[in-house]
Design a protein around this ligand. Structure first.
Ligand code: DAK
Length: 263
């Protein structure tokens, strides 16, 4: 275990309740999400949620990437048995769902795969005009595994979700706003200013009504979601039994085109 800081925490604002900005910090890997980073993120989220001086939490990345997905190198050689037996990237992926305070995703650059899924687990997304969203897992022989097949259709409708999940194409910020995936798009150099202003507008409100309003809006999305995510997880794990998953991930890491073996 390294001592690298993979998530930085900065408190903004001056009122009774301030904004905690959590920034994903693996810039060389485009913030690819590994276990250590997700542990640090989970701990930072829970600490901010428990801190009475914090009103809102903002989750962000770099100018180039919010997060380009789960770390492919960390999972490329997993067997199906290992994926099923270990709490394989399920252990620390959904801590964000325990948070009662609003979490705003500030997305610039790539939000792909698990990165897009993480942004969708936030309460709303404000995007820079440079943002690109996608669920490209199909290109490496897997499927979305952190709720993408369940949350994306709820956000953008079935047709566009199918298009994204099956063709792996990316959606730019303008399309994401039209589709309802993001609440607003702003100029990249104004992203943090706009997001902090949105957070500040919430920070001055009653923390109880804010937490309950969040819980109620979330309730409208819950029907069937847990079953859907459980189902998706089983399917995701079982893909590690295929040769195509090994080939898809190996090809990415070796920077070549995959040769699908159809088994
Ligand atoms: N994993 C590991 N490394 C990554 C990465 C990733 N997802 N994305 C980028 N990198 C690394 C690249 O390998 C490269 O490393 P070096 O070669 O410099 O060592 C570095 O970041 C810069 O990337 P590129 O050179 O590729 O940069 P480009 O600008 O040319 O391209 C790109 C940017 C984002 C289009 C490209 O990097 C790309 O296609 N990245 C992969 C995107 C992807 O396939 N994402 C989905 C991964 S699968 C679950 C939870 C979560 C998940 C599943 C289950 N459970 C709870 C069960 C999630 C799965 C995924 O996200």
């Amino acid at each position: 275990m390294s001592n690298e800081v993979l998530v930085t925490c900065e408190l903004h604002g001056a009122g009774a309740r301030r904004t905690m900005v959590l920034r994903l910090n693996r810039p060389k890997q485009l913030n690819a999400l590994n276990s250590e980073l997700m542990d640090q993120l989970g701990a930072a989220l829970l600490a901010a949620d428990g801190d009475a001086a914090v009103g809102c939490i903002v989750l962000t990345g770099s100018d180039k990437a919010f997060a380009a997905g789960a770390d492919i190198a960390a999972m490329a050689r997993k067997t199906c048995a290992e994926a099923m037996a270990e709490p394989f990237i399920t252990r620390n992926w959904e801590t964000i769902r325990q948070v009662r305070k609003p979490v705003i995703a500030a997305v610039a650059g790539f939000a792909l795969g698990g990165g897009c899924e993480l942004a969708m687990m936030c309460d709303f997304i404000i995007a820079a005009d440079t943002a690109k969203f996608g669920q490209p897992e199909i290109k490496i022989g897997i499927i979305p595994g952190a709720g993408g097949t369940q949350r994306l259709p709820r956000a953008v409708g079935k047709s566009k979700a199918m298009d994204m999940v099956l063709t792996a194409r990316m959606m730019d910020a303008a399309e994401a706003e039209r589709a309802g995936l993001v609440s607003r798009v702003v100029a990249a150099d104004k992203l943090m200013e706009e997001v902090l202003a949105a957070a500040e507008a919430i920070n001055v409100l009653s923390p109880a009504s804010v937490a309950l309003a969040k819980a109620c809006v979330n309730k409208s999305f819950q029907g069937g979601l847990d079953d859907g995510v459980d189902y998706e997880r089983r399917v995701f794990h079982s893909l590690f039994a295929t040769e195509d998953q090994k080939e898809g991930m190996a090809a990415f890491l070796e920077k070549r085109k995959p040769e699908w073996r159809l088994r």
